[in-house]
Design a protein around this ligand. Structure first.
Ligand SMILES: [Zn+2]
Length: 362
């Protein structure tokens, strides 16, 4: 290849962020169609209509995306006359609705703007989509051939603070992994400009969490779009999204996410625990495995404050159940991203040492 392009989204953040929609979107036309989740549309609709009241942009319809980020739902949306009539698409929701709109707007050749109503993942900012079968089973990740993320992201912290705080909690937990996994996976490797840029930015995927996370959760519980909520939203949505957009897949994750996928063979993990929650436990295992005791100490205190899991009992797993989970962990592609061979024996040891560390720290 004789060239490559790095696509990045821009964003507006604040407790009245939708006020900036006319200034950003008017150059793209006058007719917008909103596609999103039912609850997300409900949460954002009044704020959005109020912000557009005196603008040239008219929302010609609010359409439910279909409940699953699938090509099948995408094709139904692409055939919808209102979608065809629209000059631009406003994707409103959590990850799945916005991911579905990435496919819709790519095929329908419409500009895409995203409106996250929760801060759970970096989907509103990244160009990659996680696509499911209509049954809800995961199909694959899908990347637009043009590499384009949404053109602009409108992060309304009022809407996000009004959503249940569990989304912010699990979003924080998953974001934490980005720094520790990318630094481990990139260690000793020759990095491209984009890889090095992404890994360097990754530090901001954990420092603001330790600094502002507890206060942000409390404010979210009280539906208050505070400074701390804003910092955490930027961390979960923007920083993580930027890192994802910059770095190669081969350094994107390692031990923490692999352990999560391994743990999903246990029914209690599938049924009762959230992705970010289990990944955050995996981060502590990663730090123990890699001997990063100062970082472990820092995170341990933070985890206790915000009630993230620090030991097996916190995710309802017993030591005796670990066999199939560890076996599966070692088959996950991401485990190969570590700078050394991860073995079952050492993984058991890291988990045992972490249990012991918990007993000492209390
Ligand atoms: Zn994750």
């Amino acid at each position: 290849m004789s060239f490559y392009s790095q696509m990045l989204p821009s964003y507006t953040v604040g407790d009245d962020a939708y006020k900036n929609v006319p200034a950003i979107c008017e150059p793209y036309g006058t007719k917008a169609v909103v596609i999103g989740g039912k609850r997300a549309i409900e949460a954002a609709k009044d704020y959005l209509l109020a912000a557009l009241k005196d603008s040239k942009i008219e929302i010609i319809d609010f359409i439910w995306y279909g409940g699953e980020a699938s090509f099948e739902n995408g094709d139904v949306l692409i055939a919808n006359p209102k979608v065809q009539e629209a000059d631009m698409v406003f994707a409103v929701g959590g990850g799945k609705a916005i991911d579905c709109c990435k496919y819709v707007t790519y095929v329908a050749k419409k500009p895409l703007f995203s409106f996250p109503t929760i801060a759970g993942t970096c989907a509103p900012v990244s160009s990659v989509a996680v696509i499911y079968y209509p049954t809800g089973v995961i199909r694959d990740t899908w990347q637009r051939a043009d590499g384009m993320p949404p053109i602009h992201v409108f992060i309304n912290t009022t809407v996000i603070a009004e959503a249940p705080e569990v989304y912010l909690w699990t979003g924080m937990a998953d974001t934490m992994a980005k720094h520790f996994e990318t630094t481990l996976a990139s260690r000793g490797k020759a990095l491209t400009h984009g890889d090095a840029f992404g890994v360097a930015m990754g530090v901001q995927c954990y420092k603001p969490l330790v600094q502002y996370g507890a206060k942000a959760l409390e404010d979210c519980r009280n539906n208050t779009p505070s400074f701390e909520v804003e910092q955490i939203c930027l961390c979960i949505l923007v920083t993580t999204g930027m890192v994802s957009n910059f770095i190669d897949f081969s350094i994107n994750s390692s031990i923490a996410h692999s352990l999560f996928y391994g743990m999903t063979v246990l029914p209690q993990i599938e049924e009762k625990h959230l992705h970010g929650e289990v990944v955050s436990y995996g981060v502590l295992v990663l730090l123990m495995y890699d001997g990063q005791m100062d970082k472990l100490e820092e995170l341990y205190d933070f985890y206790k404050t915000v009630k993230l899991p620090t030991k097996l009992a916190d995710i309802e797993v017993t030591y005796d159940e670990l066999g199939p989970a560890i076996e599966t962990t070692l088959t996950v592609r991401d485990i190969k991203n570590a700078p050394y061979e991860v073995t079952a024996e050492k993984l058991y040891q890291a988990i045992t040492d972490l249990e012991e560390y918990n007993r000492k720290r209390g």
